[in-house]
Design a protein around this ligand. Structure first.
Ligand SMILES: Nc1nc2c(c(=O)[nH]1)NC1C(S)=C(S)[C@@H](COP(=O)(O)OP(=O)(O)OC[C@H]3O[C@@H](n4cnc5c(=O)[nH]c(N)nc54)[C@H](O)[C@@H]3O)O[C@H]1N2
Ligand SMILES: Nc1nc2c(c(=O)[nH]1)N[C@H]1C(S)=C(S)[C@@H](COP(=O)(O)OP(=O)(O)OC[C@H]3O[C@@H](n4cnc5c(=O)[nH]c(N)nc54)[C@H](O)[C@@H]3O)O[C@H]1N2
Ligand SMILES: [Mo]
Length: 637
């Protein structure tokens, strides 16, 4: 069979932003491999993306516009579908906040901002907050003045890595490879986590911490570092060192350690790691910011990185993330032209829609499986029902698409062109279109371009080619669109080390210490466990071929957990929250803290595996994030 290969790039919601070799076979099938010429991808990709071609040609893929009547779907032409939508928009246009635009990160890129531009131009309602990493982003900006960190490869220069809650085995295959290489060359790795499964192969030592309480360990470390003596240059690098010292003077190390369940010995180990000679890099996983005090957790860890003298130098740094759009010129927000818009919060979306005044009378969803992925998806279902006109641009019958009144079939990666960046490294990639979408599926840009033309008062998109060209015309890229298309990827010009010379991005150039240390909410007797809905190795969020869906979800719990007392393991076991219950299959796992139960997120409600209906909508302290892991549950029969 003859084959042809093309270079494209992965547009899914993942830090690696891999360069992919797409091989097209004569029979129309294709396969994906990592591009060996890409310096970050280095010829390998994750198993999830290697099997993505199965998604592209999946028999359940939606390939024509569908209108729903009850549980039935009727195919309609694009003409009919877009006319229906145009009529609805025309009716609502004089008070456009009655339209809600709901965009997730199912597809990333410069052109992928098109729906934000389009609905911004219309003045629709939009989302505020985030289901993802926003609490930590706000925390980083509060401390450093900007979101930045050393380049990921700089970990190779670390003498030690302290890993606060990153799951190396699942999060990013390329960061994992860097950590492995560093480790092989002598870098020592210490992991701090309440559920460290997957980190065993990457860590010299693992310390188990109570869920959500890293700030107490970090505060104790700050006390320890200050009493061992911090160089004056470091103390002067922050604007509010005196406030931090005052706050810590009123605290007691033993009480701080009791609050996070860390022994004196473990505390001293971490302190020694930070205080020893040679640079210590800090990695901050995003799990620890999915709590009510998640932003604070990140801020206290930043304080440890700074006080230990490990910021602004090679081999050190606080690695959280960077903005994947930072090397492109922003354009999507220009749609709204600065006009204020009504926003509804991600963490409590269903209730916000139900209470909205004026009511939401149309919802446009693209790149999001919000009913599955946001808390209280059952309330979002109710809200969709009340709204009466929901359009989902989707490729599969996801839990969200199933509740839409109209489904528009979208193109997926390698079926549309875009350029994109990573939230971990500064390589930008051209994600080439190498094949047509199946059936009548269309890319999001084309769909909105045509819809805009059909409106009584047309919404005219900017020129696509110009938008791409403008997007890459930034000082950090120094490359034209034509060159990027030809070369497939390029490295933006950025310093390898962030905050060299301890110069920060606040107007006065100084760092800001966190000035609060909030107590952890008490564990309620009735619900003694944190529900940790962690990422799955096999999927990005809820994206996987639907036939892999069914089966009871596995719940990992330590044998010594008091929550197991009185449970009859011969009968069905349920996770119970104040919002409901879900049947699970228990798996004993001693890497899990006794106050936690771990489930892997992404299962579909359609297959009885959705977990988010159990989650009570709760906001994080910063960034309007979603405090999924503050959710308390118990086990029951
Ligand atoms: N319990 C729990 N839930 C969580 C979290 C948690 O910690 N715990 N964290 C969450 C995190 S980190 C995130 S980022 C969010 C993710 O939430 P979502 O972004 O809603 O997650 P996905 O399942 O990736 O859904 C994206 C959808 O986009 C579709 N898609 C792919 N390509 C395209 C395209 O080109 N066009 C269009 N229109 N659609 C496309 C896919 O088919 C998919 O159904 O949810 C989170 N949900
Ligand atoms: N395979 C795969 N990779 C992905 C994704 C995916 O869905 N699948 N999604 C991508 C996206 S959008 C995101 S946002 C990221 C998500 O990446 P993360 O947010 O980092 O992933 P989580 O699984 O939520 O949490 C990571 C680790 O944090 C630990 N943790 C939980 N609570 C605490 C705590 O209180 N303290 C400490 N120290 N550790 C804690 C958990 O035990 C877990 O090992 O992953 C990205 N990569
Ligand atoms: Mo995320």
């Amino acid at each position: 069979m003859s084959t042809t290969s093309y270079v494209s790039a992965c547009t899914r919601d993942c830090p690696d932003c891999c360069s992919i070799l797409v091989t097209k076979n004569e029979d129309g099938s294709c396969s994906f491999k990592g591009n060996p010429e890409h310096p970050f991808t280095k010829g390998f990709i994750c198993a999830k993306t290697a099997k993505y071609p199965r998604m592209l040609s999946h028999p359940e893929r939606i390939t024509q516009p569908l209108v729903r009547e009850g549980a039935n779907y009727w195919p309609v032409t694009w003409d009919e579908a877009l006319e229906l939508i145009a009529r609805r928009i025309n009716k609502l246009r004089d008070r456009p906040e009655r339209i809600l635009h709901l965009r997730g990160h199912g597809y990333r890129g410069v052109l992928a901002g098109v729906s934000n531009w389009f609905f911004g131009r219309m003045g629709s309602s939009t989302l505020s907050g985030s289901p993802c990493d926003e609490a930590g982003i706000e925390a980083s900006i509060a401390d450093f003045g900007v979101l930045d960190s050393n380049q990921p490869e700089d970990l190779l220069h670390a003498a030690r890595i302290v890993n606060w809650g990153r799951d190396f085995s699942r999060f990013s295959v390329h960061q994992a490879a860097i950590v492995k290489a560093a480790s092989k060359a002598g870098t020592r790795v210490l992991t701090i986590s309440p559920a460290s499964s997957g980190n065993e192969d990457f860590s010299d030592q693992i310390i188990m911490i109570r869920p959500g309480t890293d700030r107490f360990l970090a505060a104790a470390l700050c006390r320890g570092l200050l009493s061992r003596g911090v160089p004056q240059g470091v103390l002067d690098a922050a604007a509010n060192t005196a406030e931090l010292q005052r706050l810590l003077a009123g605290r007691n190390t033993d009480e701080l350690l009791a609050a996070c369940g860390i022994s004196r010995t473990d505390y001293e180990t971490v302190l020694d790691w930070y205080a020893a000679d040679g640079p210590t890099a800090t990695i901050i996983g995003w799990g620890l910011q999915r709590y009510v005090h998640g932003g604070e957790n990140v801020r206290w860890i930043d304080a440890v990185a700074l006080l230990s003298g490990n910021v602004g130098l090679s081999g050190g740094g606080a690695h959280y993330n960077i903005s994947s759009g930072r090397n492109f010129a922003p354009w999507a927000d220009e749609g709204a032209a600065g006009r204020p818009r009504r926003t509804l919060p991600v963490h409590d979306l269903g209730r916000a829609i139900l209470r909205a005044d004026p009511p939401v009378e149309m919802i446009w969803v693209d790149g999001s499986n919000c009913i599955n992925q946001f808390p209280a998806g059952d309330v979002i279902i109710e809200a969709f029902g009340q709204c009466g006109f929901v359009v989902a641009v989707e490729a599969f019958f996801t839990d969200t698409a199933l509740r839409a009144d109209l489904i528009l079939p979208c193109a997926l990666m390698t079926e549309r062109e875009d350029v994109l960046g990573s939230c971990m490294h500064d390589w930008v990639a051209h994600s080439a279109k190498v094949q047509d979408p199946p059936g009548e599926a269309r890319n999001d840009w084309d769909i909105l371009e045509e819809l805009g033309r059909r409106l009584a008062e047309p919404v005219v998109l900017p020129d696509r080619e110009e938008t791409l060209a403008r997007g890459v015309a930034t000082p950090s890229l120094k490359i034209t669109l034509g060159e990027l298309r030809a070369r497939c990827f390029a490295k933006a010009h950025r310093p390898p080390v962030a905050f060299e010379g301890l110069r920060f991005a606040h107007p006065d150039g100084r760092f800001r210490f966190v000035e609060v240390l909030s107590p952890e909410p008490k564990i309620a007797g009735e619900y003694p466990l944190h529900l940790l809905t962690l990422i799955s190795k096999k999927t990005i969020h809820s994206q996987f071929p639907p036939d892999e869906g069914p089966g009871l979800p596995e719940a990992f719990i330590a044998q010594r957990s008091p929550a197991l007392a009185g449970l009859d393991l011969d009968r069905p076991v349920f996770i119970v929250s104040p919002r409901g219950r879900a049947e699970v299959r228990l798996v004993l796992d001693e890497t899990v803290h006794p106050e936690a139960v771990v489930l892997r997120r992404g299962g579909w409600m359609r297959f009885g595996r959705g977990l988010n209906p159990l989650v009570v909508p709760t906001e994080t302290d910063l960034g309007g994030g979603t405090a999924y892991y503050s959710q308390r549950v118990r086990l029951g029969n």
